[in-house]
Design a binder for this molecule. Structure first.
Ligand code: GDP
Length: 196
């Protein structure tokens, strides 16, 4: 299946340390604790993102090879309260440099806790995606934490606001790692973006 051969490639502390800007890649973004690592692992049937949490690697861009021409990129989690401000600024600088310059970037997956969607940073990402005409797909994670009806309502509410504020910049779906909900829908988006 998709991404089964995913393996760790390289940690880049700076944009000039990224692997060659060729082929296609999908970047994964989200507020810390939104469920980004769990989503990446679930979608790739691997344990990719644990690597990104190894101390010393958390401030970096982490690239995972799918095949010679395709990669996933774990972007640093944002909004982690305990991180000192200079480190936050470091992250933001490199995140912006990466997002603004990466030719092979085919789209961005943005993880949001279904109970706390559309934070200020999420809105910044959406503004940036719209301005740069970058496809963005949102996973409303931890859908299992809400009853079925409440999760569905949260999805409809986010869909409505997305459409009003950002037109067709972004798509959105429910996702649960432990319940394995939304995997096929998310993998279909990945496959399209990666030309599979
Ligand atoms: P990250 O910081 O965005 O990479 O978030 P993690 O993937 O490490 O998840 C943060 C916490 O939320 C962990 O305790 C996970 O077990 C939990 N979590 C992640 N995804 C889900 C989910 O879909 N459902 C539930 N119930 N918990 C989740």
């Amino acid at each position: 299946g998709l991404c089964q051969q995913a393996s760790f490639v390289i940690s880049a502390a700076k944009v000039d340390q990224c692997p060659p800007d060729e082929g296609l890649e999908i970047a994964f973004a989200g507020r810390s604790n939104a469920g980004k690592s769990s989503a990446m692992n679930t979608l790739t049937h691997a344990n990719l993102a644990r690597t990104s949490k190894t101390p010393g690697r958390t401030q970096l861009l982490n690239f995972f090879r799918l095949d010679d021409q395709r990669r996933l990129v774990d972007l640093p989690g944002y909004g982690f309260a305990k991180v000192p401000i200079p480190l936050k600024q470091h992250w933001q600088r490199h995140l912006e440099a990466y997002l603004g310059s990466r030719e092979s970037l085919a789209g961005v997956f943005l993880m949001m806790d279904v109970r706390h969607p559309l934070t200020d940073f999420d809105r910044m990402m959406l503004d940036w995606a719209q301005a740069s005409e970058m496809p963005l797909h949102i996973l409303l994670t931890k859908a299992d934490k809400l009853a079925f009806g409440a999760a569905k309502n949260a999805l409809l509410k986010v869909q409505r606001e997305l459409h009003q504020q950002w037109g067709d910049t972004a798509s959105v779906q429910l996702f649960s790692a432990p319940k394995r909900q939304g995997i096929e829908e998310a993998q279909a988006v990945m496959a399209t973006w990666l030309g599979l």
